[in-house]
Design a protein around this ligand. Structure first.
Ligand code: C2O
Ligand code: CU
Length: 543
């Protein structure tokens, strides 16, 4: 195994898009940021210097960080942020992950512009579980705002309403030819006729699930979240914020130009969303004419077509048969809700519904981010930073997905609560969406782990009958799972990675409103079952 070194200079850099210019927070002046490449089992060392006035941390989304939560990155969970002018070196030990994962800032809204691919190729002595592709095509889907992105959370917090929607989706930083002033910069990739390419796709968008497709080319999904999967042939994918996918395409059409396009899959009726379409172009190398023919456009499902989304996700399967019939010893049932809270600023009404402000919760607890690192507080036995009373079940049973739920369900409690798991406990967790204020999709990401998605459905989880239909043979292994609107998902994992691990909705507004919780997985008895020592250069929690 090798060690690969990268430098991340966090700085503000000028960009011009959608006919106007501004400075955005970048890594090394790039948007999207630099691609990290390694082989399975390698170690990646990233030296970060923060040359902005903003706090920053980085997360390696999809990397387990076995026994090493110190370098996981979410601010105030595993570390305090890297302050202006300060530096920190992340050490990322790759273990079982292979395929496409990604990195992003994990501090406020910085991840909107500070993100990039993390490509893990097979170990040099091994190979892909499919014929070796001729080349890879990196595709990172992002968003562009005309406003200053770093101000969006502050403004949303002040008003209590929704954060500002983006003005465009982007593919590799470019909105594509359908947007004003964007045609020349549309991302293009040239393919050789007859060759097979590996698309490495990441959704780095903040607030919406997406459909993505390529004109006239069937896609074959071979991996997701840095884990290989059974092959799925499909015309489109549905990808949630936080997910990554490995997809093969073969240039087997007549030479020409073919559009890749992405746009929202949005099921939250009433809520606004960016309903624009980002495009990029795949071009065959054999087109020579100075005026290439009009490009072909892919068929994408309509933005509100939930069946199209679930038709795709229900096909996901593990590559191999796995053993998940483990004796579950910890059964958890978490509700995911969007709620309302009173405005602290009573002199003017809040911009949320009923003059209130939005909140969001898991089991009716809205997560309150502390001002020092939870992991450090735990490791140094500092009291008063968190409590260990995160509830195993919602405070009361109700018809989670019913219409017109009683208003008394709207308020939440607030706290920095963690759930303690014994080392090696076998966990089954039901993630139940609710319709408390409004229902929505919730792409839930668990740090430090991958998990098996053994079941899912619409409506309320039925503990009697739904488990009978679990897939305990080849359930997909994922690190970010889309909990469908007004539905539920059942996941299983073995708590064999000690540390403080954040779990949250990867829709940024839900996360900002409090849809987060933390698992504290205890050390095992043997030294190799325990958290490693903290780095010496952990950023200070004080100015
Ligand atoms: Cu993609 Cu908590 O992260
Ligand atoms: Cu959500």
């Amino acid at each position: 195994a090798e060690t690969r070194h990268y430098n991340f200079e966090v700085k503000l850099s000028p960009f011009t898009k959608l006919c106007s210019s501004k400075k955005i927070l970048t890594v090394n002046g790039e948007f999207p940021g630099p691609t990290l490449e390694a082989h399975r089992g390698d170690k990646i060392v990233v030296y970060v210097i923060n040359n902005t006035k903003y706090n920053i941390t980085f997360h390696w989304h999809g990397v387990r960080q076995v026994r090493n939560p110190w370098y996981d990155g979410p601010e105030y969970i595993t570390q305090c942020p890297i302050q202006a002018g300060k530096s920190f070196t992340y050490q990322i030990q790759l273990t079982t992950e292979e395929g496409t994962v990604w990195w992003h800032a994990h501090s406020g809204w910085a991840r909107a512009t500070a993100h990039g691919l993390l490509i893990v190729r097979p170990h040099p002595s091994s190979s892909y579980p499919f014929p070796k592709p001729y080349a890879q095509i990196p595709i990172i889907i992002g968003e562009w705002w005309k406003e200053d992105v770093m101000e969006i959370p502050k403004n949303a917090k002040k008003s209590g309403g929704e954060p500002l929607l983006s003005n465009a989706y982007t593919i590799n930083g470019q909105p594509g030819y359908l947007y004003p002033c964007s045609k020349q910069e549309t991302f293009e990739f040239t393919m050789e006729k007859g060759k097979t390419y590996l698309l490495r796709i990441v959704s780095a968008v903040m607030d919406e699930d997406l459909f993505f497709g390529i004109a006239k080319h069937k896609m074959t999904l071979v991996g997701k979240d840095g884990i290989y999967m059974k092959q799925i042939k499909t015309d489109y994918i549905m990808i949630t914020p936080g997910q990554s996918m490995d997809i093969l395409i073969t240039a087997n059409q007549s030479p020409g130009m073919y559009i890749m396009a992405t746009r929202s899959y949005s099921s939250a009726f009433g809520a606004g969303f960016d309903n624009t379409t980002a495009t990029a172009i795949l071009k065959y190398s054999t087109i020579t004419s100075p005026n290439p023919p009009n490009p072909f456009f892919p068929h994408l499902p309509p933005y509100d077509r939930t069946e199209a989304a679930t038709d795709f996700t229900k096909r996901l399967r593990s590559l191999r048969t796995v053993d998940v019939s483990l004796n579950v010893d910890t059964r958890l049932f978490f509700t995911l809700s969007v709620n309302l809270m009173d405005c602290s600023n009573e002199d003017k009404p809040c911009a949320g519904p009923f003059g209130k402000r939005f909140a969001a919760s898991i089991n009716n607890v809205s997560f309150v981010t502390p001002s020092v690192s939870l992991l450090e507080a735990y490791h140094n036995r500092v009291g008063g930073v968190f409590t260990t009373d995160f509830p195993e079940n919602p405070p009361r049973k109700f018809n989670y997905t019913g219409e017109n739920l009683p208003k008394k369900l709207l308020p939440t409690s607030f706290g920095t609560k963690v759930m303690v798991l014994e080392y090696n406990s076998s966990v089954e967790l039901i993630l139940q969406g609710t319709n408390v204020l409004a229902s929505d999709n919730h792409p839930v990401h668990l740090h430090g782990y991958s998990f098996y998605v053994v079941g899912w459905g619409f409506g309320n989880f039925d503990p009697k009958n739904d488990p009978k239909r679990y897939n305990l043979v080849d359930p997909p292994e994922e690190t970010t799972v889309g909990v469908p609107k007004n539905g539920w998902v059942a996941i299983r994992f073995k708590a064999d990675n000690p540390g403080m691990w954040l779990m949250h909705c990867h829709i940024e507004r839900h996360q900002a409103w409090g849809m987060n919780m933390v698992f504290l997985v205890k050390d095992g008895l043997a030294p190799h079952q325990q958290i490693l020592h903290p780095p010496h250069d952990l950023p200070s929690c004080y100015n």
